[in-house]
Design a protein around this ligand. Structure first.
Ligand code: NDP
Ligand code: MG
Ligand code: MG
Length: 341
């Protein structure tokens, strides 16, 4: 059984006696900075000068400084820039300014696991990875709740890295919900697999194929959107509350029977074989290399795939429908050009 930790297992005063530099003020960065601040922790946000995030952080009453300066003043440095730029920021701004005994924190193990960042042995290396988007991490904290997190220590230079990591997790609200102990390897490999095979990749492809199948058969795109996309949230909410069993209990017997007889016709055993191939590419570092090489070349493959996804007919149908109904006014969250993209 996984080891679990809650509020009573963590000592908030450890982190309250440290200064924390949050590098980046995007999805995770804003949530960590504000939650730590509201938990009584001294926070400085480190950003590029002229950064679009700078004013946002300053408007929230946070201390903001150039990255080098923020790092030089901090006992803990949490790196919350996008994964593909972390090693550049680390080499140019963080490593040269890091206090000898400062702790390095991450919210995802990518750069440590694949060797893109290799800190000196004098630093604690910890991970506090919330299992939810940054905006949820902030919203839940404000409501007195928390998003669960998984926590790991890669290097325990101080002898108290684990206690410090738990203290950080408490300050962002994670121990209110519960924290699970993991390793950088396990977090990185399972996180990449989950988002590629199921959460992002698998679900997106499933929705697009479902939409295409109905529209190509002559059904209205708006109806197809409701059936294969809109209702997904309602199903996922039930799964989140009570597992697949609650979803099957709540839907009609017709839907439940169709689930049993048709699900395995659509998601056949060879899908699992493909999942194993995806996992092997993650474990070997082949996926990481492909991603980083493309990013270093200006992201031609990434940008072409993004454009292809955005031009799929389901997007226009969905955007028009969401405007006509009351359930969603959150499109602006990602269309306003903010860092949370
Ligand atoms: P974002 O893309 O939201 O980060 C954007 C921030 O990074 C902005 O403040 C931006 O500043 C800054 N930034 C971007 N490029 C640079 C650069 N070259 N130099 C300096 N600063 C830069 O990141 P996320 O919050 O999505 O991800 C942060 C980490 O958290 C990652 O390790 C990710 O895997 C992990 N994570 C993310 C989750 C999420 O919900 N998104 C969930 C769990 C973990 P500027 O205004 O200057 O552009
Ligand atoms: Mg991820
Ligand atoms: Mg239906």
């Amino acid at each position: 059984m996984a080891e679990m930790f809650y509020d009573d297992d963590a000592d908030l005063s450890l982190i309250q006696n440290k200064k924390v530099a949050i590098i980046g003020y995007g999805s995770q960065g804003h949530a960590h900075a504000l939650n730590l601040r509201d938990s009584g922790v001294q926070v400085v946000v480190g950003l590029r000068e002229g950064s679009t995030s700078w004013n946002k952080a300053a408007e929230q009453g946070l201390e903001v400084a150039p990255i080098a300066q923020a790092v030089a003043s901090a006992d803990i440095v949490m790196i919350l820039t996008p994964d593909q730029v972390q090693r550049h920021v680390y080499a140019s701004e963080i490593a040269p300014n890091l206090k000898a005994d400062a702790a390095l924190f991450f919210a995802h193990g990518f750069n440590i696991r694949f060797g893109y960042i290799s800190p000196d042995a004098s630093h604690d290396i910890c991970m506090v990875a919330p299992k939810g988007p940054g905006h949820t991490v902030r919203r839940q904290y404000e409501e007195g709740r928390g998003v669960p997190a998984i926590v790991a220590v890669e290097n325990d230079a101080s002898g108290s890295a684990w206690d410090l990591a738990l203290s950080y997790a408490k300050a962002v609200g994670a121990t209110r919900a519960g924290v699970v102990k993991t390793t950088f390897n396990e977090e990185t490999e399972t996180d990449l697999f989950g988002e590629q095979a199921v959460l992002c990749g698998g679900v997106s492809q499933l929705i697009q194929y479902g939409f295409e199948t109905l529209v190509e058969a002559g059904y209205q795109p708006e109806i197809a959107y409701f059936e294969v996309c809109h209702e997904l949230k309602l199903i996922v909410d039930l799964i989140n509350e009570g597992g697949l069993a609650k979803q099957r209990w709540s839907c009609s017997d017709t839907a439940e029977y169709g689930d049993y007889v048709s699900g395995p016709r659509v998601i056949t055993p060879d899908v699992k074989d493909h999942m194993k191939d995806v996992l092997a590419d993650i474990q070997s570092g082949a996926f990481a290399k492909r991603f980083i090489d493309d990013q270093d070349a200006g992201a031609p493959e990434f940008l072409a795939l993004r454009a292809k996804g955005e031009s799929h007919p389901i997007e226009a149908t969905g955007q028009a429908l969401r405007k006509s109904f009351g359930w969603s006014s959150r499109d602006e969250d990602y269309t306003d050009g903010s860092a949370a993209r």
